[in-house]
Write a protein that binds this ligand. Structure first.
Ligand code: AMP
Ligand code: MG
Length: 494
C-alpha cells in the first residue's frame, strides 16, 4: 500500500548499518524467513538509551511506523531476515531445534565497529517451529525486557531489549493472552547448541566454517594460536565461568540452562523461567518444569561445566587429528573448571565482604555467613546491604546472636591488609546490588501492563537503572516478597 511506502521510508531514517554475515553461511545453518505479519501492532516500549548506544535514532520516526518496524511488518532496507538452526540438550536430552518463534532481522554495526544481532522474538512460525505457534505473549516479553535490562545495569553480560510491541492478536496458552514481539539485541545468537547442530549433521567442512566464523567474529585474538580449538574451548570456558560467577554474586537463577541457551560469547541469553533468589538457599528452583532441580542456584556452575563438555565434544576433531589425544587434551581442559571456578568464586565473595588480600580462613568465614543465611532464611541481597550500612527496612534477624558472633570475626578480618572503612565500603558497593528485580515487583509491573497501565513497569525500570546506588524512597523495591509469595513459580514454554 502507498502508506507502507511512506512508513518504510520513515523507518529507514533510523541510521541502520547492516552487514549480514550469518545469512551468507551455507544452507545447513539457516533458512530465509520473514517475520509473519501481525494485525495491528502497537508499540509498548522502546529503549532510548540502548538505541543511542547502537547509533540508531528513532526520535523523528512516527509511532505508527515504529509499530510496523518492531512487529516485523515492515523491514528496514538492508535487513536480511533468517531463522537460525541449532540443537540443544534440554534437561539433558538432545533435540534438533532452531529459531521456532524468532528471526534474525540482521546484523547492525554501530559506529565503534561493534556488531549486534537484531532479533525479533515472537515473530511467527518458521520451519523450526515444530508444534509451536511461533508466537509469544506480552507478559513474558516484557519480563525479558525488564530482567535483561536489569542484568545489564547490574553489570552482567547479557542480551538486551530494544522494544516490545503488542501484535493486536491473541496467543492461546492456558488462556487467551495478548500477543507481543520483543526486539532482542545480542553480540550474536550463536550457542553451544549451534555447534551441536552442525556436529550432528556430520559435515566436517561445515564445522570448520562455523569454527572460523566464531573466531573471526568473536575471538580474533585466537587466530594466531598454536591450537585454535583448544584455545577456543578455554576462552569460552572462561567467559562462561565469569558469567556464572556474576549470577552467583547477585542471586540470579537462569532456570533453563539448556545448551541451546548458552551463548558462545558469554552473554546471559533467554529469559524464560529465570528469577532472583530472596532468602538464601542454594537449592532454590523457581521453574515449574525443573522437577529434578537440575538448574538450581548452586547447580549452575556444575551445569555450565557439563554444557562446556558438550561443546568440547563438538569441536573434538579440531583439537587434534589423533582422536585419543584430542580427548585427553579436551578432558584436561574441562577438568580445570573447578579450580578456576572456585578461585574466582572465592574472590567474588571476598569482594562482597569488602575483604582485601587473602587469608587462610576466608572460605570458612564466607561459608559461615551463607550457612547462617540458609538456616535462618535470610535475604541474600539485603544481608550485604546490612553489612554496607545501607538503610533498607527493619529486620530483627540481624540482632541474632550467631550473626553478631560472625560479624565480629568479619570485622577482625576487615582490619587486615590496611583496610579502611572507606576502602572496603567502596569495594562492597561496587559488587553488592541494593536493588534487584524482586519477583513480586516484576509480577506487579506485568499485571499492570497486561491491564494497559505501563506506569508501574516504567517506575520499576527507572529504579533498576541504578542498582548499586542509594536512592530515595525505594524501600518498597528492597523488601523481599511477602511470605505468601514464598512459593513463587515461573513457567517455561512462554
Ligand atoms: P526456549 O525454551 O525459549 O529456549 O525455546 C526452546 C525451543 O523451542 C526453541 O527452538 C524455540 O524456538 C522453540 N519454541 C519455544 N516456544 C515456541 C513457540 N511458541 N512456537 C514455536 N517454537 C517455540
Ligand atoms: Mg532458547
Amino acid at each position: 500500500a502507498a502508506s507502507d511506502v511512506y512508513k518504510r521510508q520513515d523507518i529507514d531514517k533510523a541510521g541502520w548499518s547492516f552487514d549480514n554475515t550469518y545469512a551468507k553461511l551455507p544452507n545447513d545453518f539457516l533458512v530465509k524467513q520473514a517475520p509473519i505479519p501481525v494485525k495491528s501492532p502497537e508499540l509498548i516500549i522502546l529503549n532510548k538509551s540502548l538505541s543511542k548506544n547502537l547509533n540508531l535514532d528513532f526520535t523523528n520516526i512516527k509511532e505508527e511506523s515504529l509499530s510496523q518496524l518492531f512487529s516485523g511488518n515492515l523491514l528496514p532496507a538492508g535487513s536480511n531476515s533468517i531463522a537460525q538452526a541449532y540443537a540443544g540438550h534440554q534437561f539433558g536430552h538432545f533435540t534438533m531445534l532452531g529459531d521456532g518463534r524468532a528471526v534474525l532481522m540482521g546484523e547492525h554495526v554501530s559506529k565503534n565497529g561493534d556488531r549486534h544481532d537484531i532479533q525479533f522474538k515472537g515473530s511467527g512460525k518458521t520451519p523450526f517451529s515444530r508444534s509451536g505457534d511461533g508466537r509469544a505473549a506480552l507478559g513474558p516479553m516484557l519480563r525479558e525486557y525488564i530482567i535483561s535490562e536489569a542484568m545489564h545495569e547490574l553489570g552482567v553480560p547479557t542480551t538486551r531489549s530494544l522494544a516490545v510491541v503488542k501484535t493486536g492478536e491473541n496467543v492461546i496458552r492456558e488462556t487467551h493472552l495478548p500477543g507481543a514481539i520483543l526486539t532482542r539485541i545480542a553480540a550474536s545468537h550463536i550457542r553451544v547448541g549451534t555447534f551441536q547442530y552442525i556436529a550432528a549433521t556430520q559435515k566436517e567442512q561445515n564445522l570448520k566454517v562455523l569454527f572460523d566464523y566464531v573466531i573471526n567474529r568473536h575471538y580474533p585474538n585466537i587466530k594466531n594460536s598454536k591450537n585454535q580449538a583448544l584455545d577456543l574451548l578455554k576462552t569460552i570456558m572462561n567467559v562462561q565461568i565469569n558469567l556464572v560467577i556474576d549470577w552467583m554474586r547477585i542471586g540470579f537463577i537462569h532456570g533453563v540452562m539448556n545448551t541451546d541457551n548458552v551463548s558462545i560469547c558469554g552473554e546471559t541469553i533467554d529469559y524464560g523461567p529465570c528469577a532472583f533468589m530472596d532468602a538464601y538457599n542454594p537449592d532454590t528452583v523457581f521453574s515449574s518444569i525443573d522437577q529434578q532441580a537440575r538448574y538450581s542456584f548452586s547447580n549452575q556452575p556444575k551445569i555450565i561445566k557439563w554444557n562446556l563438555a558438550r561443546f568440547a565434544e563438538c569441536i573434538i576433531t579440531l583439537i587434534d587429528d589423533n582422536k585419543d589425544k584430542a580427548i585427553e587434551i579436551a578432558t584436561e581442559a574441562i577438568n580445570s573448571f573447578e579450580k578456576i571456578y572456585e578461585e574466582k568464586w572465592l574472590n567474588m565473595m571476598r569482594d562482597k565482604l569488602g575483604l582485601f588480600g587473602e587469608d587462610i580462613n576466608d572460605q570458612i568465614l564466607i561459608m559461615e555467613l551463607l550457612t547462617w543465611m540458609h538456616k535462618n532464611k535470610v535475604d541474600y541481597t539485603n544481608t550485604f546491604c546490612f553489612l554496607m550500612n545501607e538503610k533498607f527496612y527493619d529486620n530483627e534477624i540481624y540482632k541474632d546472636a550467631n550473626f553478631l558472633i560472625w560479624k565480629e570475626k568479619w570485622e577482625d578480618r576487615l582490619k587486615l591488609n590496611n583496610n579502611s572503612q572507606e576502602k572496603y565500603l567502596k569495594l562492597m558497593h561496587s559488587v553488592n546490588p541494593i536493588i534487584i528485580p524482586r519477583n513480586h515487583k516484576v509480577e506487579e509491573a506485568l499485571t499492570a501492563a497486561n491491564n494497559g497501565d505501563l506506569e508501574v513497569m516504567n517506575k520499576l525500570l527507572a529504579v533498576l537503572k541504578k542498582p548499586y546506588e542509594s536512592q530515595n524512597s525505594i524501600i518498597d523495591f528492597q523488601s523481599p516478597a511477602p511470605s505468601s509469595d514464598k512459593a513463587y513459580q515461573t513457567f517455561c514454554g512462554t
